[in-house]
Design a protein around this ligand. Sequence first.
Ligand code: SF4
Length: 272
Amino acid sequence: MKPEYGYTMPKTLLNKGTGFLAGYTHSLNPYTGCSFGCSYCYVRKMPVSTFRGAEWGTWVDIKKEAAELFRKELRRAKSKGPVTLFMSSSTDPYQPIEYKERVTRSLLEVMTEEPPDFVLLQTRSPLVERDMDLLLQLKNQVRVSMTVETDLDEIRKRFSPAAPPIQARLKTLKALKAAGIPAQAAIAPLLPSSEAFPELLKSVVNRVCVDDYFMGDGSGGRRTRSLNMETAYKELGMEDWYHPHAYRFMVERLKKVFAENQIFISQKGFEP
Ligand code: SF4
């Protein structure tokens, strides 16, 4: 089903980094809503979604004239001290509408003129590759964090059918690596994967982050419990993967091919 798209004139774009994002001065969301509509998305249980009265994933608001506003806000923030940006905390900056609307690209253009101290781009979309020209200008002040929750596309389809295939994400990570753009694979949330997964990641990144529902949903797993994610794992007969300690098993697997200083856990992996 095609999502419902609308336009909004935002009053502010930069929000203070708090909670899980306390390591950042600000978060930055080019859109409100997300057409990937992942079943495990904790934003489903946040006011932006619950007050909307429409299913998460079925609507997206496009922020109009975002670049002009962002330029002003960024300049003001920079005049007060270091600026570190997390893009994005409650939407995917490279969801399909970005092909046409280019809001994220316009914000990155501003950043190349007024560089922040650091920006993390959190996405699960190969579209980030389109903006490599801008990312290269940001040099080491940028990191792309590509979600790769599993290497098994059948599992990915079960949890986030509208999101891009795993192979396409790995291909993008490879392209970023070849271009010398800092990037990591974020196994977040931890979905069941095969034994070959760490090797596969090793061929495309030098840095991985593992996160799960218990550490990473901003509520100690409460929001995820209300999404009934445990049932989804049980239906697959893979409930062992839905456990507060399951991430340790993944970390042990990763240690066979990654050095310890290349493996990050939960919040640490998303910090500047
Ligand atoms: S891509 Fe991110 S923001 Fe969008 S639905 Fe999935 S988890 Fe939520």
